[in-house]
Structures are given as structure tokens and as C-alpha cells.
Design a protein around this ligand. Structure first.
Ligand SMILES: NC(=O)c1ccc[n+]([C@@H]2O[C@H](COP(=O)([O-])OP(=O)(O)OC[C@H]3O[C@@H](n4cnc5c(N)ncnc54)[C@H](OP(=O)(O)O)[C@@H]3O)[C@@H](O)[C@H]2O)c1
Length: 293
């Protein structure tokens, strides 16, 4: 709705900072399209203020919030219920304030999966390399394993972090083929022809460091694999540009952003999210951003 009134249902985003988020554009456009008297507001919350902010949401009858950096892990201890997926991933990115309770979900994993499917990349049976082992990688590896990929290798600068990720997931998916390796030039050379899908889950290549790319400069990218980047500013990172030059299929990070938002909106409102309208709102928001010249 364009006007906020006494009847408006409020949802929003908890993060620090939140000023650059595209989520308000995306959700408010969706509410307008659906004719819902709802509004989405960014809430900048310092880490030390998180418990107070959560109590405030409940007191103010806010219906739900998305959660972003740096609160995705920290909010978990304040939840009354946490979905099995969010528990396994170890992070909550969506809270539904339901009948006086905080219920935590992770829609990054379904959002990621839906973005692959939308790009006609069906993960079942694929051999996947995941670059990075942070919070986003955890949601991605959970989604891929749930979708029955053939195997996942997590390559990370800090190899121990990749080992922890796999240790945490293997209990939920016993028998899955999950490995880790340090992210070095020699490991990429050794493994490069063994993948059908390579996913950058790190922030490398994100504005303002738009010339950075984790794939070693002197190693060609096999065109038989598809390449996905979770970074969406810029939409075409150097990682994706090089993959495209090699003749490979590429998938940018906007699809995941839209589909994690769509899943959150559906939890809160019970309505089918208008993904196309949300995409247009994000693209319009990105046009106003500084990106690579
Ligand atoms: N498209 C979407 O909807 C969506 C959703 C979630 C996140 N994201 C994006 O995903 C990215 C990662 O987010 P996150 O929450 O996972 O962050 P995070 O938990 O802080 O993890 C960061 C990851 O990047 C690696 N890394 C950072 N700088 C590096 C460098 N210079 N060289 C090699 N590795 C480096 C880290 O390796 P170490 O462990 O060695 O430090 C770690 O694996 C961000 O760009 C975020 O915007 C996109």
C-alpha cells in the first residue's frame, strides 16, 4: 500500500547497517501488487540492542522481520521455535511473530534453490564446488544436499571453517558426499574438471571491490560447468563475466535475493509472492546504486 495507516500490518528488516538493502523496495512493491495493507521498514539495530529490539517488535505488534548481517546467528537464542532447516544451517533470516511467539526460519536455502530452478539449473545429481564457508555457504550447502546433488566440495580460505560446516551438515544428511579443501590455486587446478556447478558464496567481487575474483587468473574456467555468484551488486561480477567469456552458463545472485524474500512474504501473509514484480523493484533499486563503471 502507498499509505501507512492505523490498520497497516508492519514487517521489516533487522540489521546493522540496513541503509543499502533492496528488501524494502522489493517487499513494498509486492504488497502494492497484492493490494495488501502492509508495509516493510528497515530497522537499523546495533548488536548490543538486539534483545531490546526483539522485545520492541513484539510490543509493537510487528508481524515479522527479515534478519541480516550481523544478527542471523545471534537471534537464534531468542526464538521460541526454530525450523529444522534453520537449526541445521545455524542461522535465522526470517522471523514470524506468531501468537506471541518468535518463530525462526531460514529462507536463504529455499531462495537459493528456487533461483537455480528458475535458471533451469536442476541440482539433483550435480557435482558442485562451493567457494566459501560462511553463513550464506551453510544455507547453500544445506539446500544442495537436500536437493540430492551427487557431491559437494567446500573450498574455503580458512579450511577449518569448511570442515565445521561439513561436520554440522553430515549429521542431518548421513551418507551424503561432502568434502572440504583449502581454497588455493593448486586445489582449483586439481579439481576444476570435476564440477558441473561452481558457486561463489563469498563477498569477493562485491562493490566496491568489483575487480576481484576468486577463480585464479591463469586457470581457464571449463565451459562444461555452470557458474553461480551470490553477489548481486554488480549483477555481473568478474567471476560471472569470465565464465560467460568461456561460454559457460551463469546465474547471478539476484534470484536468490528475490526468492528468499518471496518465501518470507508467503510465510507472513499466506499469499503467493509476485516474484516478477519483486525482481523489477530490485532492478530499479540497483540502477540507483554505484556499481562498476
Ligand atoms: N544473493 C543473496 O540473496 C545473498 C544471500 C546471502 C548472502 N549473500 C552474499 O553472500 C556473501 C557472503 O555472505 P556471508 O553471510 O556468507 O558472509 P560471511 O559469513 O562473513 O562469510 C564470508 C565468506 O567469504 C570468505 N571471504 C571473504 N573475503 C575473502 C577473500 N578476500 N578471499 C577468500 N575468501 C574470502 C570467507 O572466508 P574465511 O572463512 O576464510 O574468512 C567466508 O567463507 C555476501 O556478499 C552476501 O552479500 C547473498
Amino acid at each position: 500500500m502507498e499509505t501507512v495507516r492505523g490498520t497497516t500490518s508492519l514487517v521489516g528488516l533487522l540489521g546493522w547497517p540496513v541503509s543499502h538493502s533492496l528488501s524494502p523496495n522489493m517487499h513494498n512493491a509486492a504488497f502494492k501488487q497484492l493490494g495488501l495493507d502492509w508495509a516493510y521498514v528497515p530497522f537499523p539495530v546495533r548488536p548490543t540492542d538486539l534483545p531490546k529490539a526483539l522485545k520492541g517488535l513484539m510490543a509493537l505488534n510487528v508481524k515479522g522481520v527479515n534478519v541480516t548481517v550481523p544478527h542471523k546467528q545471534a537471534v537464534m537464542r531468542y526464538m521460541d521455535e526454530v525450523s529444522k532447516a534453520a537449526q541445521t544451517i545455524g542461522a535465522v533470516n526470517t522471523i514470524y511473530l506468531k501468537e506471541g511467539k518468535f518463530v525462526g526460519y531460514n529462507t536463504d536455502s529455499t531462495g537459493f534453490l528456487n533461483s537455480l530452478i528458475e535458471a533451469e539449473c536442476h541440482p539433483k545429481g550435480l557435482r558442485v564446488a562451493v567457494l566459501g564457508a560462511g553463513g550464506a555457504a551453510r544455507a547453500v550447502v544445506f539446500a544442495l544436499t537436500w536437493a540430492e546433488v551427487d557431491s559437494v566440495v567446500v573450498l574455503n580460505r580458512t579450511a577449518e571453517r569448511a570442515a565445521f560446516l561439513i561436520d554440522d551438515l553430515i549429521d542431518t544428511f548421513p551418507g551424503s558426499t561432502l568434502h572440504f579443501a583449502p581454497l588455493t590455486e593448486s586445489s582449483v587446478v586439481a579439481l576444476k574438471d570435476s564440477f558441473d556447478l561452481v558457486i561463489n558464496t563469498t563477498s569477493v567481487g562485491m562493490y566496491p571491490h568489483v575487480d576481484d575474483c576468486l577463480w585464479p587468473k591463469n586457470i581457464p574456467m571449463p565451459s562444461t560447468a555452470a557458474y553461480c555468484d551470490l553477489v548481486y551488486n554488480p549483477l555481473e561480477t568478474v567471476f560471472l563475466a569470465r565464465a560467460k567469456m568461456a561460454g559457460a552458463k551463469t546465474i547471478d545472485g539476484l534470484g536468490m535475493l528475490i526468492h528468499q524474500g518471496a518465501a518470507a512474504l508467503e510465510l507472513w501473509t499466506g499469499k503467493t509472492a509476485p516474484a516478477d514484480v519483486m525482481r523489477q523493484a530490485c532492478l530499479a533499486g540497483l540502477l540507483n546504486r554505484p556499481v562498476r563503471q
